[in-house]
Design a protein around this ligand. Structure first.
Ligand SMILES: Nc1ncnc2c1ncn2[C@@H]1O[C@H](COP(=O)(O)OP(=O)(O)OP(=O)(O)O)[C@@H](O)[C@H]1O
Length: 304
């Protein structure tokens, strides 16, 4: 909606963020870079620090240390102009209201100089169907759709979406994914958090993995998988043998292992497919020395 499609300049740069709540160190050096025209997915387990990172980036929360640059400005020094260029969709975010869904969306649009057409957005996200319902009576999925509509109605240059497809049925989830892709294509920098790997694989140009308040990996999905699944001296053999009877499969495995042992190699055989992002994430958040990996993937990014 805004900007040049080929412009991939950073829209959000976060460095070395720390933030504690009492004795809980929610952020412990987190960092990320999100670019215009790209979808950046923030991943990590519950309590990793994703929401705290977004809250610091949107100016809702002041970090203890570190720096945040939003569209080239410090959100703590900037005025209302900057806020108008940034959209935020937060989980269950303050929508309790006596207005109807459509009234709230039209009101949201009226706050911006060049908003999207509220009725068109409502139609696209299926909000028209419940447009006359009071906001406080909406279902979880309906509320999510309205919150998303409000986050994008002002044609933001940078938009934060906290679990945008959570609680949505498969049909509307697809619509929402299409919408997010379209937003990025028109130059918006989209930063989203999600626990759904389908969202990540289908949407994200970049992923940033946060664990224990630190960034433990960053890059494209393929880079993160490759960086994590490339331990030295490992030979990965992928062999598909279809129509093998179960007892023959066992015998085949035993023969393959025996052959490998002749070469001094312990062969690990599994019925699973290639490395996927979900298993890499699980490994990453368990990893005691995730810092080393973060540095390695940061180097990968710098080299790009
Ligand atoms: N206002 C607060 N007061 C006290 N502790 C907080 C507060 N907000 C967050 N925390 C703590 O900070 C840590 C990071 O929380 P955060 O909400 O950022 O995680 P998250 O990655 O967004 O998790 P989820 O995936 O569950 O949404 C957690 O240990 C959480 O309990």
């Amino acid at each position: 909606m805004v900007g040049d499609m080929n412009d991939h300049a950073p829209a959000l740069e976060i460095r070395d963020l720390t933030r504690s709540f009492g004795s809980v160190r929610a952020l412990d050096g987190a960092g990320l870079c999100a670019r215009r025209g790209e979808v950046t997915a923030l991943l990590g387990p519950n309590g990793a620090g994703k929401t705290t990172t977004i809250s610091c980036a949107t100016g809702l929360l002041k970090p203890d240390s570190g720096s945040v640059e939003v569209l080239g400005e410090d959100p703590w020094q900037a005025g209302a102009d900057l806020r108008a260029r940034v959209g935020v969709m937060i989980q269950d975010g303050g929508l309790a209201s006596g207005a109807t869904a459509l009234q709230l969306l039209h009101y949201g649009a009226s706050l911006y100089a060049y908003p999207l057409e509220a009725d068109e957005v409502a139609e696209h996200l299926g909000i028209t169907d419940f447009g006359g319902t009071l906001v406080r009576r909406l279902s979880g999925g309906q509320r999510q759709r309205l919150a998303l509509a409000l986050a994008i109605i002002g044609r933001p240059e940078l938009v934060f979406l906290d679990e945008p497809t959570a609680g949505m049925d498969p049909g509307i989830r697809r619509t929402v994914r299409d919408l997010i892709r379209a937003l990025a294509r028109t130059g918006t920098a989209v930063v989203l958090t999600t626990h759904l790997m389908d969202d990540v694989e289908g949407l994200a140009d970049q992923v940033v993995v946060i664990s224990g308040g630190r960034t433990v990996a960053a890059g494209t999905v393929d880079e993160v998988i490759a960086a994590h699944r490339a331990p030295d001296a490992t030979l990965t053999v992928t062999a598909r043998a279809r129509g093998v009877a179960p007892d023959a499969a066992e015998a085949l495995s035993a023969d393959l292992r025996a052959t490998a042992r002749l070469h001094g190699v312990d062969l690990e055989l599994s019925t699973g497919g290639a490395a996927d992002l979900e298993s890499v994430l699980l490994d990453l958040i368990d990893e005691p020395d995730a810092g080393g990996l973060a540095a390695a993937t940061a180097r990968t990014r710098e080299a790009r």
